[in-house]
Design a protein around this ligand. Sequence first.
Ligand code: LLP
Length: 415
Amino acid sequence: MLLMYLKYQKKMKYINNIFTVEKSRLTKVIEKFETPIFCYSEKKINENISNFKRSFKSFSPIICFSTKSNCNLEILKLIKRSGLGADVVSKGELMIALKAGINSKKIVFSGVGKTRSELIYAIDKNILLINCESKSEILEIESIAKSKNKKVNIGIRLNPNTDAKTIKQISTGKKENKFGVSEKTFIEVSKYIKNSKFLNLKCLSVHIGSQILDHKPYQKMLNVIDKLIKKINFNFEYIDLGGGMGIDYNKDNKKFNYKKYNQIIKKFLKKHKSKIVFEPGRSIIGDTAILISKIIYIKENSKKDFIIMDAAMNDFMRPALYGAKHKIIPLKKTNKMTKKSYDFVGPICETTDKFLTTNKFQKLNEKDYIIICDVGAYGSSLSSNYNIRPKPAEILIKGSKISVIKKRQKLKEII
Ligand code: LLP
């Protein structure tokens, strides 16, 4: 397992047995900062954005970073500097995207339950698109637009009834999921919008799920869209394909095939003259961060040892919430291995407060530091104050420069 990590990532690797992000050895980080702490690589973020753009450069899509995957203001500013827009799902996310300097004409608003006040705010900010997910939402927007005597640009989110073949809890495109509208409703509401004085139908949007590693569900989704567009005979200015492209958490080279996805979209665009919008989150930010944690105690058991860390499920929820597996590696590498099974757990009073079980690992001691990998997406954004634990600090590394991009919460702020 350790060997695999020698080639973990070019921007993050062991140098002289110490895990190093860009040019910063993490021993320097733990001398200066308390753990747990999220630690991002700026170069890796920029590299992921460039790769994403390059993958689809033939049709230069509008790329709206999915703010829910990471809503750190400094990260959003960095993303903005690369020219990306934002996909938001609440007034709070819309406010932080604007605060990061993202142009409102590059912001799309999704979500099944946008309230009237959220819609008013979005309409006042003249964002690119509000992607609607029900008949009632469309009527609500129309009534606001009428009261302001304004014509509002909207999209309709289709539920394409397509299986994304990913973790059940993060699938969104099947008819039993709450997202989008059925084909039948789509046809009905699109007719209604075309006759509305206050609504402008601009977009068909979809998002079938997250951490998708196979391009075939996207092919199916595009087939459904293709048929529907032919049926209603309408040219959408935008087709918003959502996000969902998965990353290689297991480091077993199961990578999403961008080349194939690009090809199938190009084929689709030969028939439909629309601008493609993407809403990627994980593929931009997922593998750009790690969570450093200190071992508080090791509780020995005849069968396995519990490695009790200072990071817990409130800091990083994915394993507890979805059974997601994130690699764990030592901050300082030695060659003393143990065959004993380790359960990496946090201090929270829940059995699901567990990150990983390993069968072979470097022999660990109390006060050692370990690293949880690939926590950039749905890491800090999903963290909570459960058990009244302050949220961790976040730092951004650029070469040998380390900047604090979020301070560790103080207990007095939450009590
Ligand atoms: N667009 C919409 C409408 C979405 O609902 C999502 C994610 C995205 C874009 C971005 O998807 P991505 O490119 O990041 O896959 N907390 C879960 C993931 C939930 C995803 C929710 N929607 C996790 O930690 O795996």
